[in-house]
Design a protein around this ligand. Structure first.
Ligand code: ATP
Length: 252
C-alpha cells in the first residue's frame, strides 16, 4: 500500500506494514501483532516521542551495559522485525551477545529470525536449536529455554519487549534487567532494574548514541536511577497528555 507522507499517522502506518510483512514471512507470531497494538496505544498517550524520563533511563542503561561482564540482548520476533540493524550495532559497540528468545518457540521461526539478523551482519547468534540448552528456573520448558553461554550465564540482559513472567524469572536468577516497554504498567516494566518507556524504534538508536558517548568519556559516572520514580513520571506524562486533549476537545 502507498501511504501518503502527509498522512497524520504516516510513521505508525509504515510500522504496521513492516509488522504485517514480518507476520507473512513467519518472523512475528500473531500474538506479536497484538503486543505491537498494545504498544501503539501507549505510544499515543506518550505523545509518540522520547521523553526526558526515557532519556534518563537510556543513559542509565548505557552505563549498565558498558560495565557488564557478560551482557546479552534478547531478541524476539518483533525486535528482529523492527530494529535488526540496531541489534547488530548494539552487539558490536558494547560489545554484547545476541540471543534469540521466543515466547512461542519453533525451530523454523528461530532460523528465520537468525537469517534476518545475519542479513544485517550479525554473527554467532545464540539460542537457536540445541544451543538453547539451559532452562530458566520456574518457567515451563519451551518458554524457559536459554543458551548457557548467553542469557543463562549473563549478568545484564536487555529485553526489548518481554513477557512479565520471563522478566520476573530473570530477576529471580539475580540478573540486572533492562527493558524497553511502552507500557509503564506492565509486570516487565515494574520488575526491571531499568525500564525505558519508549518505542524501540526511537529508543534503540538513542541507546547506541549514549553508549558511544559513554565510551568516549571513559569516566565513572555512577548515574543514580530509580526505576519506580521514573515509571511514575512516565505515567504522569501520559496523564498530562490525556488532560490536554480533554481540554482541547472541550474548547471546540
Ligand atoms: P507483562 O507480561 O509484562 O505484564 P504484557 O502482557 O503487556 O506485559 P506482552 O504483551 O508480552 O506483555 O509484551 C508486549 C509489551 O511490549 C507491551 O507492554 C507493549 O506495550 C510493549 N510494546 C509493543 N510494541 C512496542 C514497541 N514498538 N516499543 C516498545 N514497547 C512495545
Amino acid at each position: 500500500m502507498d501511504i501518503p507522507k502527509t498522512h497524520p499517522r504516516y510513521e505508525s502506518l509504515l510500522l504496521r506494514e513492516k509488522i504485517t510483512d514480518c507476520l507473512k514471512e513467519g518472523i512475528i507470531s500473531e500474538t506479536g501483532i497484538a503486543a505491537h497494538g498494545r504498544g501503539e496505544a501507549f505510544d499515543y498517550f506518550l505523545g509518540e516521542k522520547t521523553t526526558r524520563e526515557a532519556d534518563k533511563a537510556i543513559k542509565a542503561a548505557a552505563e549498565l551495559l558498558c560495565k557488564a561482564k557478560n551482557p546479552v540482548v534478547s531478541v524476539n520476533g518483533n525486535i528482529a522485525c523492527l530494529v535488526p540493524k540496531e541489534v547488530v550495532e548494539l552487539s558490536e559497540i558494547v560489545p554484547l551477545k545476541i540471543e534469540i528468545n521466543l515466547f512461542y518457540r519453533t525451530y523454523e521461526r528461530e532460523i528465520k529470525i537468525k537469517k534476518r539478523l545475519e542479513k544485517y551482519g550479525a554473527r554467532n547468534i545464540l539460542g537457536v536449536g540445541n544451543n538453547a540448552n539451559e532452562s530458566i528456573p520456574g518457567l515451563d520448558s519451551l518458554r524457559g529455554k536459554v543458551s548457557r553461554e548467553g542469557i543463562f550465564s549473563s549478568d545484564v540482559v536487555i529485553v526489548p519487549l518481554e513477557d512479565g513472567d520471563r522478566a520476573l524469572a530473570l530477576k529471580k536468577m539475580g540478573k540486572r534487567v533492562i527493558a524497553i516497554d511502552l507500557n509503564p504498567l506492565s509486570r516487565t516494566s515494574l520488575c526491571s532494574d531499568i525500564t525505558i518507556v519508549d518505542n524501540v524504534i526511537r529508543a534503540m538508536p538513542k541507546l547506541i548514541e549514549e553508549i558511544k558517548k559513554f565510551k568516549e568519556k571513559r569516566i565513572e559516572e555512577n548515574l543514580e536511577f530509580e526505576n519506580r520514580e521514573n515509571l511514575k513520571k512516565s505515567i504522569k506524562i501520559m496523564k498530562k497528555n490525556l488532560s490536554n486533549w480533554e481540554v482541547k476537545f472541550s474548547q471546540r
